[in-house]
Design a binder for this molecule. Sequence first.
Ligand code: UGA
Ligand code: MN
Length: 243
Amino acid sequence: PIIYVVTPTYRRPEMVAELTRLGQTLTMVKRIHWLVAEDSPACSPVIASLLHRLGLPFTHLATPMPEVYRRERYVPRGVSNRRAALQWVKEEGHDHGVLFFLDDDNAIDVRLFEEMRHTKTVSMWPVGLIGDYTVSSPVVRDGKVVSFYDGWPAGRKFQVDMAGFAVGVGYIKKQKRPTMPYIAGYEEDGFLKSLNLTLKDIEVRANGCTEVLVWHTRTAKNPTRAIRLPPDKHTHDNIRGLV
Ligand code: UGA
Ligand code: MN
């Protein structure tokens, strides 16, 4: 089965670095299709050329966040992007394929793709470097998920990170209204609830959820400072091409 990897991204100084690192990891994986969904009114040429260079099957989408959500105190990041990609997968995706949300700043072991490749309903595994407990994981008993270990329960039925699960495309297509809510912190829970998922339907991966193969890494913000171009002409011309 093919894996549809959905990566939301947005313009900031780290964007190209993040997508280069992630994209080059993805070139090690067979049978994937990378959907890069930009929180922007138009596709950036710099991302388009990266995607062409990588040589992976890809789809590049422009999926801006509606202005109303940008003004909220807790902005629901990456939701317009994932919603558009979800729509694409419902229309274009193979029934035997698998959907996986992978944020642009996370770090992944390519072995995880083979863990998720055969997913019928929803498969789950632990995610490292997240929250107060440093790991978030389903709690497994007799091969089934019975609860969750997560530093931020927040009344969620499914206490998982975006990188902690994958979904069968055929299973998504069977649902009446699969969607992701514009509610910061509740995107995963809301999405999984919209799939009418129950704990006993979850497929356990990563050796009974005992191995960490993906990490919720975050990159320090690099401020976009005013570029100070050096005074002498040679250095000036040289540096101008980089910024
Ligand atoms: C966490 C979760 O891992 C996200 O899946 C969730 O969407 C987010 O919180 C949330 O609840 O809002 P976190 O590391 O805190 O993620 O957030 P970011 O990495 O800043 O953003 C998540 C994704 O959305 C990234 O792929 C990022 O590129 C994208 N994003 C972020 C946008 O598309 N637009 C933005 O304005 C900000
Ligand atoms: Mn992040």
